[in-house]
Design a protein. Structure first.
Length: 267
């Protein structure tokens, strides 16, 4: 019997590109099309970094819903994930969002990193950038996150996890992290060229999946520097490694391109 060759798992296109090389618009086009694995934007918040480093340690971080996410992931700011119950967004979300906006303004003032990043995206991409909405109400944008022990392999896809709830669903969803503080070692982001299929759930592990779900799948790993932005397609399976030493704190939100040529953002 003829022996079949081992499958080729290398994919030279699934690598990290840079805004410095391709420009933001071209780099994010390639990412949305699946012809790159991640986009790095070195120095995105470099000018404001010393002040941001001082301020990110002031807020009180709290875990995501610990019944759904274990090991815990810490955050400052509300995430839609925690308030989506029985097919609807719980009313408490809106009060928490307004409280977080006030706390965010009090903490960052004129040094607001979310506002700075969104303004930069608006200029560089040349398309409208606005918060996603539910029943006409804008969702909260921009949270601080910390993975003390790393994360499990997982994916994020609003159209699958919260179907039909956004007023306008994106046709492509990306994730954005800007690294405010970085660990001494660890904390790398790995993204695999693999989107969820039903057979994957035989390897389900709590909120995530066992490593075998991405065996022999092309991947890209990024260890970002302070002030560096990283974009990736979060519908692909991905994982954050455990950090050592200093804290790994990122400014994070989701992004979605629509059929109308807009960029929606939310957390």
């Amino acid at each position: 019997m003829r022996t079949l060759p081992e499958p080729v798992i290398d994919d030279p296109t699934f690598a990290a590109s840079s805004v410095e090389e391709a420009g933001a618009r071209r780099a994010l086009q390639q990412l949305a099309a699946g012809t790159s694995g991640a986009v790095r934007w070195p120095g995105l918040l470099a000018d404001d970094l010393p002040e941001l480093v001082k301020r990110v340690h002031a807020p009180s971080f709290e875990p995501y819903d610990e019944e759904r996410l274990d090991p815990p992931i810490m955050k400052f700011g509300p995430a839609v994930f925690d308030y989506y119950v029985n097919g609807r967004l719980h009313e408490e979300y809106w009060a928490r969002a307004e409280h977080a906006r006030k706390a965010w303004r009090a903490n960052f003032g004129d040094a607001d990193p979310t506002r700075a990043v969104l303004a930069r995206l608006d200029r560089e991409l040349g398309i409208p950038v606005r918060p996603a909405t539910i029943d006409g109400r804008p969702l909260y944008v921009g949270i601080l996150r910390e993975f003390p022990t790393g994360s499990k392999i997982h994916f994020d896809e609003v159209a699958r996890e919260f179907p039909g709830r956004l007023d306008e669903e994106p046709i492509v969803q990306l994730a954005f992290n800007c690294h405010i503080t970085v660990p001494d070692s660890g904390g790398e982001l790995t993204v695999w060229r693999h989107r969820w299929v039903p057979d994957d759930d035989v390897r389900k592990d709590g909120y995530g999946w066992e490593p075998g779900v991405v065996s022999r799948v092309p991947s890209v790993t990024v260890r970002a520097g302070g002030g560096e932005g990283v974009f990736f397609d979060c519908r692909n399976f991905h994982q954050v490694a455990k950090s050592y030493g200093a804290r790994r704190i990122t400014l994070s939100f989701f992004m979605g391109f629509t059929l109308n040529g807009e960029l929606l953002v939310w957390s």
